[in-house]
Design a protein around this ligand. Structure first.
Ligand code: ADP
Ligand code: MG
Length: 302
């Protein structure tokens, strides 16, 4: 079998525990992500999600193990990997527009000023920011607008991999809902691969092709990979009607409520811990004779 686009191999992270010993956050975590996939990771606070993401971004080095993208080992940050954090890391002295053009200029030094600006405006408008508002500085924008700028900036650079660390965590529910749908729209028009951390189960079901579930630390594990068997395009108001929605949701709630704790802290001898694939699909049993054509699950072909 060919290697996935992104391959996480035997990743281990330990930190000093402050008492002269070490604390193992996770050990020998291995998983893959295919090109064009949207993968969310869910797990309790402190299990190591941000640590994994920072390693994927090249912002941190694991204690051991490797990450390979397109077969090449990740080391150090790169324009091929775009990152969006919860606390929108916009440059405060630049306008929304300039925050976006900044990265595009770095990626395309040969582009004319007009071309760079048109490209930036196009992406800002995809997240609902048009007109004068793009000339405002981050301090003059609402939290939702700032996060829209961060998303436009990340997508405008066409990174091969987009990493999102609880990007909507600080937003109110209504704003979050709108931006989630904008994110889906912008993503489905690209072939970008997304790895996103969230603590919101419904957000993960709406957005992801697959949800990785992490047990609590120390010795946290990516225990399961749950396929989201709900066809795209998805709308938050419609997916709740899908026969698989609550079955998947209950599975995730049970995992986070019970099994993430039961499995916590278990050191194993395995040197290559891969998540178990979970596929919940009631349509195939329910629809015998009614709907033999299962709609495609992905919006992106690859
Ligand atoms: N630089 C560090 N030094 C020591 N411990 C750290 C450091 N960064 C993270 N940790 C610890 O590692 C664990 C995982 O942290 P993190 O990846 O931020 O978790 P999550 O994003 O899942 O909430 C936590 O117990 C945290 O306290
Ligand atoms: Mg975190």
């Amino acid at each position: 079998m060919s290697k996935p686009f992104l391959s996480i191999e035997r990743l281990t992270q330990t930190y000093p525990d402050g008492k002269g010993g070490t604390m193992t956050v996770f050990e020998n975590a291995s998983f893959g992500i295919e090109k064009g996939e949207f993968v969310c990771i869910l797990g309790h606070s402190g299990c190591g999600k941000s640590t994994i993401m920072n390693i994927l971004a090249g912002l941190a080095e694991p204690t051991s193990g490797v990450v390979k993208m397109d077969g090449l080992e990740v080391s150090g940050p790169s324009l091929d990997r775009g990152v969006v954090f919860q606390n929108y890391s916009l440059l405060p002295w630049l306008s929304a527009l300039k925050n976006v053009t900044f990265g595009i200029k770095a990626r395309h030094p040969d582009w004319s000023r007009d071309k760079v600006e048109a490209h930036a405006r196009d992406f800002l408008s995809k997240v609902g920011l048009d007109g004068d508002v793009v000339n405002r500085k981050p301090s003059q924008l609402s939290g939702g607008m700032r996060q829209r700028v961060s998303i436009a900036r990340a997508f405008a650079n066409h990174p091969k991999l987009l990493l999102l660390d609880e990007p909507f965590g600080a937003l109110d529910a209504l704003t979050r809902g709108t931006i989630q749908e904008e994110l889906l729209k912008i993503w489905s028009g690209t072939e970008q691969t997304v790895f996103m951390i969230t603590h919101d189960i419904d957000e993960a079901i709406l957005l992801a092709d697959r949800i990785l579930l992490m047990t609590n630390g120390p010795y946290a594990r990516v225990a399961e990979s749950v396929e989201i068997t709900i066809p795209r395009p998805r709308k938050r108001t419609e997916i709740v009607e899908h026969p698989n929605y609550y079955a998947i949701r209950n599975h995730l709630v049970q995992f986070l409520g019970h099994r993430s704790k039961e499995l916590a802290g278990q050191q194993t001898d395995a040197d290559d811990l891969r998540p178990e694939t979970v596929r919940i699909d009631h349509t195939q049993q329910d629809s015998a004779g009614h709907n033999p054509d299962t709609p495609p699950l992905r919006a992106v072909n690859h």
